[in-house]
Write a protein that binds this ligand. Structure first.
Ligand SMILES: Nc1ncnc2c1ncn2[C@@H]1O[C@H](COP(=O)(O)O)[C@@H](OP(=O)(O)O)[C@H]1O
Ligand SMILES: [Mg+2]
Length: 284
């Protein structure tokens, strides 16, 4: 059994180690065959996280993107399956992990917008989380007092900062931005810049690191895409909710969680009102 008894530290350790495995996969496979690179990355990071959690937290349940029943038959080596739904839905502690978020960007040489997500859900809420950004040399992590960013130079407190007056930089998916986001940009009473970035974890990290001011997503996503970054965002003082303002709820039977808004709390009502005004696609 490991010396790490703190779930925050364990989340950071596991996300960081999976990130190093993924850097190694990029070096080993190269970028010529992007399908092979994506599948190998997904599988290696998933298998590492499943084995590490089974060893370090043997009594906890796991929900991983790559352990879904729908991917269990994929490839010659089927991935280790998630905890059965009937067990996970009764469990007090569930690790919600995305072994490789921003798979597309991972497979594109030079891109740094991909992440590893490790979150812990306990009895209805997210209580710990880490987002590793291996190509950026950073891990964002919750701690008992809030959140920190760990990089080569050390550990610094992480606190979401207010946007500059009159300007709002909104991170959106590079490939699947919400249909209404251009209209949102036009209706807001600020100079809005839409910033395409890959990976939900990388986008939410960009909000927390002050590189953008908000992340708006709708149209499809799953619990593992947002659980760890939302855990860190809430711990860093950010607003994180569904785009209708309701709470993002995790460890559901159906893991679809198709939309999310993360921003500084001062921007939340403006963005929620703006989204309501331009969107005909609020959550079901
Ligand atoms: N419309 C959609 N339906 C399902 N998943 C979506 C989606 N839009 C984004 N996602 C998922 O959300 C993550 C971030 O996407 P994006 O980079 O486009 O913002 C990706 O996770 P994975 O890379 O883990 O598959 C992607 O698959
Ligand atoms: Mg993902």
């Amino acid at each position: 059994m490991s010396a790490v008894t703190d779930d925050h530290a364990l989340a950071a350790e596991l996300a960081g180690t999976a990130g190093r495995i993924l850097q190694g996969v990029r070096e080993e496979i190269g970028f010529a065959d992007s399908r092979l690179l994506k599948d190998t990355g997904d599988l290696r990071a998933h298998e590492y996280l499943m084995a590490a959690l089974a060893e370090r937290r043997p009594d906890d349940a796991i929900l991983s993107e790559e352990g879904r029943a729908s991917v269990a038959g994929k490839g010659a080596t089927p991935p280790t399956a998630n905890t059965a739904d009937e067990v996970r839905l009764q469990a007090d502690r569930v690790w919600i992990v995305d072994p490789l978020d921003g798979t597309r960007e991972f497979s594109e040489e030079g891109r740094r917008d991909w992440a590893v997500h490790v979150a812990l859900w306990e009895k209805g809420r997210l209580t710990a989380g880490a987002v590793a950004l291996p190509a950026q040399g950073k891990t964002l992590v919750t701690d008992p007092a809030g959140a920190t960013v760990v990089n080569v130079t050390g550990v610094e407190p992480l606190r979401v900062s207010e946007p500059a007056a009159g300007r709002l930089r909104i991170a959106v998916s590079r490939t699947r931005p919400p249909a209404f986001v251009q209209r949102l940009a036009e209706t807001l009473d600020a100079k809005v810049e839409l910033v395409p970035i890959g990976s939900a974890g990388a986008k939410i990290s960009a909000v927390l690191l002050g590189e953008v001011d908000a992340y708006v997503h709708a149209g499809g996503q799953y619990e593992w895409d947002s659980a760890a970054p939302v855990a860190v965002a809430l711990a860093a003082g950010a607003h994180a909710s569904r785009i209708d303002g309701s709470e993002a709820v995790y460890n559901q039977k159906d893991p679809r969680l198709p939309d999310i808004l993360v921003c500084h709390p001062v921007s939340a009502s403006t963005l929620l009102t703006g989204i309501r005004d331009v969107s005909d696609a609020l959550p079901e």
